[in-house]
Design a protein around this ligand. Sequence first.
Ligand code: PNS
Length: 163
Amino acid sequence: MMKVAVYPGSFDPVTNGHLDIITRGAKTFDKLIVGVLVNVDKNNGLFDIDERVELIKKVTKNLPNVEVVGFNGLLIDFMREQKSHIILKGLRAFSDFEYEFQMALMNKELDPEIETLFMMTSAQYSYISSSSVKQVAKFGGNIQGLVPELVIDDILKKFKSKV
Ligand code: PNS
């Protein structure tokens, strides 16, 4: 049976930490679907959902078993739509645990067939988050090494268009 996993997130924007999990997830499962979803706790996004999808598609072109899909709704509904019951999440630090644990239990409550699996982020990316990347870029700092090279210009352009 094909093992299909979904790696959900808000990815605003995709970082090297995300790409690390995507690359390793693609090696672990037969197919990995990157689900770009809305996190209601994070408003005022930099990129809209379609733009985030395009950025991730651009940096995963070399990964044939990775698909990128945007979705506006509950993760468990997306899981059903994609016919997958495995949620893959990255864990950076102990501080991520409580939030992720809560989401995993909520999703399990909503759909008992769902399993959430955690993959530890590689140490060199453990301090990177989309929010910190946005802060650095907004104030003119260097985001090289934090996000894939291919999306640096898109991020800088987006900030320029917002001023
Ligand atoms: O990258 P993030 O922001 O930590 O990802 C969180 C995300 C988007 C996966 C989460 O907010 C989510 O699943 N949103 C969809 C709505 C949903 O299903 N919420 C209930 C889960 S508690």
